[in-house]
Design a protein around this ligand. Structure first.
Ligand code: P6P
Length: 340
């Protein structure tokens, strides 16, 4: 392995490819293209306050939510960066109701890309960290024609790669190609516009000391979750209770959980039984990363990665982070018998 000091994303991907002779190099090219899109989105995000591109477009996305201009820019940038090169047969985005076909004149590939172009975008105006989340599968539909909804609705354990870009105090790209190949983080050096390996083989602590969820929804939670949070607040762990941290931007909250340990929760509650976060392009990619880093990700009872999707934008409750923390909340949920 080359010295880490200047291990750029391209070199890391090429080195990884050498270790896996079965790799066709196509996945490597896809990850490099995603890195390029991330740099371009990062440029816009980092100057958003100056570029007068803040504020609502007045449009609404497929979920009836007001859309910020940066959402559209990130969505369009990712499609432009990924819709040629002949790698994909179909794509899907949080910003589009239906699946996205490649332009008619483009070569059709064997991969499927799902993405949330700019998650946490409601935080843009407050300069809070936001992110891009991506999930990659191989097609399962027959033939070499355009991909189908079936290609986009695969359970998370079939992902061939997943990751996120967090646009924060620095821009970081974190990805895994699954199958024990580990989770690796790259920090963008703006001086020469390259992602440099900064976190090689991220592993999450088996237990943390931080819990992360929106406590404003307390009175809608299942009883077991209320009991769990009260337990964390009223017991001492190494002499003090757990600390509460909640950004309200999934990529930022997951990134901190991955590096520091603990648990991130977006539960189902009596108003929204399936919670808020999307299975295909938020929870599945984060679950693959977390399991690869030694953590755990469930809907409170079952592995996120084993959920058989039925709809492109379906939601799921998510309990994700350090293995011991997720196992403990599952016990409280069982004991609470999902009572409200
Ligand atoms: P709430 C951001 O809008 C988002 O989709 C995720 O990034 C974040 O984890 C969640 O919603 C925050 O939701 O209900 O706590 O504001």
């Amino acid at each position: 392995m080359a010295t880490k000091r200047f291990m750029t994303l391209p070199r890391h991907i090429m080195e990884g490819e050498k270790e896996h002779p079965e790799a066709t190099g196509e996945l490597s090219t896809i990850l490099l293209q995603l890195g390029l899109a991330a740099k371009l989105i990062s440029l816009e995000v980092n100057k958003a306050g100056l570029a007068e591109i803040l504020g609502f477009t007045g449009d609404e996305n497929v979920h009836g939510e007001k859309v910020k201009k940066l959402d559209i820019y990130a969505h369009e940038m990712l499609i432009k960066a990924m819709d040629h090169g002949g790698h994909f047969c179909v794509m899907a985005s949080e910003e589009e109701e239906d699946i996205i076909h490649l332009p008619p004149n483009q070569k059709i590939g064997k991969y499927v890309l799902l993405f949330d172009p700019l998650d946490g975008s409601s935080n843009i105006d407050a300069n809070i960290s936001i992110g891009t989340i991506f999930s990659i599968y191989k097609r399962i539909s027959q033939g070499n024609g355009p991909g189908t909804r079936e290609d986009c609705l695969q359970p998370g354990y079939k992902q061939v790669a997943a990751g996120y870009v967090v646009y924060g105090s620095s821009t970081m790209l974190v990805y895994t190609s699954g199958h024990g190949h580990g989770v690796h983080g790259f920090t963008l050096d703006p001086a020469f516009g390259e992602f440099l390996l900064s976190h090689d083989g991220i592993k999450i602590p088996k237990q943390g000391r931080i819990y992360s969820l929106n406590e404003g929804n307390y009175f809608s939670w299942p009883q077991g979750l209320k009991n769990y949070i009260k337990y964390l607040q009223s017991n001492l762990f190494e002499g003090k209770p757990y600390q509460a941290r909640y950004v309200g931007s999934m990529v930022a909250d997951i990134h901190r959980t991955l590096l520091y340990g603990g648990i991130f929760i977006y539960p189902g509650d009596k108003r929204n039984l399936k919670g808020k976060l999307r299975l295909m392009y938020e929870c599945n990619p984060m679950a693959l990363l977390m399991e690869e880093a030694g953590g755990r990700a469930t809907d409170g009872h079952s592995r996120i990665l084993e959920i058989q999707p039925e709809a492109l934008h379906e939601r799921t409750p998510i309990y994700i982070g350090s293995e011991d923390d997720v196992l403990l909340v599952e016990k409280f949920l069982r004991d609470g018998a999902d009572r409200y």
